[in-house]
Design a protein around this ligand. Structure first.
Ligand code: UFG
Length: 344
């Protein structure tokens, strides 16, 4: 039997690139699409170096219906789409909401339209941002926790997209969907051939840490030290990007192979472990034995105090667990930064 093909949108992005590697290792054929709006073509070289083969790839925009129609015509063996392609900068979404709604929603609508027409399944990249600030009694947070009003237009696009998929499953009997709500993905592939590559000044903590350790930024600013947490800094659930990538393979496996699976399901993808910003900084310094100048500054607008996942549903149903030790994850992030910056 020929291998099923998975379309990966946002193929050159951070999570997309790591997921392609895991899909191919698991025996899937893939085809990627990316418009390089927030990624570089060289990521495809990294993927090729890891896999010793180049993946089929289309440069294009998922918002362009004709491009998507051609892609599904050219690859008529697509069985599922993992839809990563989206704008993802929270701050930018506050300044340019229309850009976020237009891009993130139109691209999903095209993926749904093509999936319904071809009878194929969808895995959607959602986020723990849909939960907003959890009530402390709801921590760790499970999939049944209520979604709250989004903190940013970016977060609202994730909620809208989840709703669009839910309505679409009700309307189109051949459509199957898995919503994956990521916590905070960090780290890089152990080969250091692919990793996170933010353009400009990083918004996220770990790229800011690695760039500071590399001397590109003078010091890390920790946003807030007066939060109601044990050390006063915010708490998140940091999950290794390769563990996260494997969860996508498990979600595709289930949709394609388990006839009894519900037509739409949702999973939290986190470790179940909450770490404060200060704990993460300390761990990075001690694991990598590098200097990391940091100081405290004001809280960042829109930051929630604390969130970490209850990942038991994914373990029970997908047979998936994020089990890479933190030390290894933080080493991988530093190895990647050193490789990119040519640091010995
Ligand atoms: N932080 C700093 N200094 C920095 C950067 C971040 O102290 O320079 C802190 C933040 O205040 C926060 C923590 O580090 O407490 C994590 O911040 P990130 O920006 O790395 O991650 P967020 O939790 O803010 O955002 C992530 C994803 C978003 C998603 C959000 C949902 O990046 O896409 O989780 O909560 F919307």
């Amino acid at each position: 039997m020929s291998k099923a093909r998975v379309l990966v949108t946002g193929a050159a992005g951070y999570i997309g690139s790591h997921t392609i590697v895991e899909l191919v290792k698991a025996g899937y054929n893939v085809v990627g699409i990316d418009n390089f709006s927030n990624s570089k073509p060289s990521v495809l070289d990294g993927i090729a170096a890891i896999l010793s083969e180049r993946i089929p790839f289309v440069e294009g925009d998922c918002c362009d219906t004709a491009t998507m129609e051609k892609l599904f015509r050219d690859y008529d063996d697509i069985a599922a789409t993992i839809h990563f392609a989206a704008h993802k900068a929270v701050g930018e979404s506050v300044r340019e909401p229309v850009k976020y709604f237009r891009n993130n929603i139109s691209s999903l609508l095209n993926v749904v339209q093509m999936s319904v027409a071809k009878g194929t399944s969808i895995v959607f990249s959602s986020s723990c941002t849909v939960y907003g600030e959890p009530d402390p009694e709801n921590l760790p947070i499970s999939e049944t926790a209520p979604r709250k009003s989004a903190e940013s237009p970016y977060g609202r696009t994730k909620q809208f997209c989840e709703d669009i998929l839910e309505d679409s499953v009700k309307a189109y009997p051949n459509l199957k969907v898995t919503l994956l709500r990521y916590f905070n993905p960090i780290g890089a592939h152990p080969s250091a051939l692919i990793g996170e590559m933010p353009g400009g000044v990083p918004e996220n903590l770990v790229p800011y840490i690695t760039q500071t350790a590399a001397g590109i930024r003078s010091e890390l600013k920790i946003f807030g030290k007066d939060y109601p947490t044990p050390d006063g800094t915010c708490i998140r659930d940091y999950i290794y990007v390769c563990d996260l990538a494997r969860a996508h393979v498990a979600a595709v496996d289930r949709m394609l192979k388990d006839k009894d699976a519900p037509r739409i399901d949702v999973f939290n993808l986190g470790t179940g472990r909450g770490l404060s910003v200060k704990e993460l900084v300390d761990a990075f310094i001690s694991v990598n034995k590098v200097a990391l100048p940091f100081s405290y500054t004001d809280r960042r607008n829109g930051d929630i105090v604390q969130v970490w996942a209850d990942p038991t549903k994914a373990e029970k149903i997908l047979g998936w667990k994020a089990d890479t030790p933190l030390d290894q994850i933080l080493k991988s992030a530093w190895e990647w930064e050193k490789k990119v910056r040519n640091i010995q």
